[in-house]
Design a protein around this ligand. Sequence first.
Ligand SMILES: C[S@@+](CC[C@H](N)C(=O)[O-])C[C@H]1O[C@@H](n2cnc3c(N)ncnc32)[C@H](O)[C@@H]1O
Length: 200
Amino acid sequence: MIATRTFVLRARAAPTDSRKLLASIGGDAHVEILAHTLMNAIFVAQSHRADVVVHLVLESTADYSRSIRFDAHAMHEIGGFDEAALLGKIARALDASRGMGKDEMRTVESGVSVRTSGFERVVQELAAEHQLFVMDPKGTPIREQAFDGNPCFVLTDHIPMPKNTLRGLARLGAKKLALGSRMLFASQCVVLIHNELDQR
Ligand SMILES: C[S@@+](CC[C@H](N)C(=O)[O-])C[C@H]1O[C@@H](n2cnc3c(N)ncnc32)[C@H](O)[C@@H]1O
């Protein structure tokens, strides 16, 4: 039985400065993908999925990457699901992290926390309790994959995962998982993963 669905989105082009983040909506960094992924991971019509955790890792930074964790079960102020509301939540988490030293963590609001830890550290910790799946059109078709426990699905923005990161993920036991051969947005992958798991 699957208890929690965890998603990690590595957003290599996303600024960790909240003003730059908000100013780059619709630009080359494609930060709107963060909002779309959060929306599709957490929300369903007239409700939300309580069994979801999302980690957004923003990496365009002057100091440290920021990893923002959203635990839908503990979020009391979920608010709107429009892009502005969701990017506003991300921006508030970034503001809360100003001045933090490396590998510090701060609670932003119930269910939302921010860390100055990078992607490698976050996935290394997640690997201790989750089976990791790296989303990749060349992986095992999702319909042929058995799921158990707490799967964790790892995605990127438009910048591909470097080869040495993929090797590191493989060492953590990550399996490559495909949703067909067409290259999709990360947010679309999240919908298809939910749909597949909803039917198990
Ligand atoms: C826009 S894609 C990334 C495109 C990027 N240029 C690359 O080559 O990885 C965003 C994320 O969705 C995943 N993805 C896209 N289509 C997929 C598919 N058909 N099956 C599995 N994962 C997919 C990618 O692996 C990536 O993590």
